[in-house]
Design a protein around this ligand. Sequence first.
Ligand SMILES: Cc1ncc(COP(=O)(O)O)c(C=O)c1O
Length: 345
Amino acid sequence: MDIRVDLRSDTVTKPSPEMRKAMYEAEVGDDVYRDDPTVNRLQEKAAEMLGKEAGLFVASGTQGNLVAVLAQAQRGDEIILGDMCHIFNSEAGGVSVLGGVVMYPIKTDRHGLLAPELIHAAVKPRDYHKPPTKLLCIENTHNGTSGRAITPAATRVMTDAARAHGLRVHLDGARLFNAAVSLGVDIKELTAPVDTATFCLSKGLSCPIGSVLVGDADFIEEAGRWRKILGAGMRQVGIVAAAGLVALDSMIERLEEDHVNAKKLAEGLSELNGIVLDPEDITTNIVRFGVPAGSGDRIAARLKEAGVYINGGDSDLRMVTHYGVDSEDIDFALVAMRKVMKGLA
Ligand SMILES: Cc1ncc(COP(=O)(O)O)c(C=O)c1O
């Protein structure tokens, strides 16, 4: 059967017709000379929305995090981050590979938070046996805990602990607009406590490529140097940035629809035998759930035969809602999942 619903990730989203038109018509220039008016507009708009001085268009969320860390920690320095975060688990150790930066992971709680006591305990005393601790990295929404939206207050608890030691703070906000929409807060409230933040255009916001890194003007200048070192100074990239401007104008409010669909999916899944899931834990567009040990790959394969595409795994599976998945698709996925889970028994 053809795939009817692709729930692997919100990265599978395709650009909207309006984005394609804007890309076709984009005014462009050489961005390495800072001459691309569309990129400049996107960077300014993103910085303004997130309440920071300046922005830098980067190729991906991974590149934004990498540039952010390399611009704030030197070779031999240490960063503290959660043991379930994307930078630590899913970015191929880039900050260590390319920057010689030591990652010190601390335990993440089930809501995606890092306890202040653990942050305090992780900071190294001044001692030449130890790498100097420079930066705390946090993540919102927190992908590993079902896309948990982290409130401004909870963010401040973590950033206050870091500030007490003079650390800077970077926020991996790949899905930060999902968090703002879910919590009903201005995105600035989520970025005010941090020095630097990234958000992705290519996930729920449905652009084909790109993320934006924001911070103060000096930091963005330094981040631009690191982007150049990484070989990612781009030229007439306004063609891509044009989609980002459309996304910031027209794709944010609709994220609520993805959250409603995710909740409906979670409620349906939680009723099925063999699935471990508390729908209360679902606050944005990522639905993680437990299945019997060793059955994840089989479930994914059978779902695919039924027209529903998800990634495999052992006992932890994930479904992600996004632009292009509607409420009827959720019904379709639930019917398929019910049959698959029955067949397992
Ligand atoms: C929380 C988080 N940060 C960063 C990234 C990396 O983004 P990209 O795939 O654009 O490199 C992802 C990707 O899924 C993510 O979930």
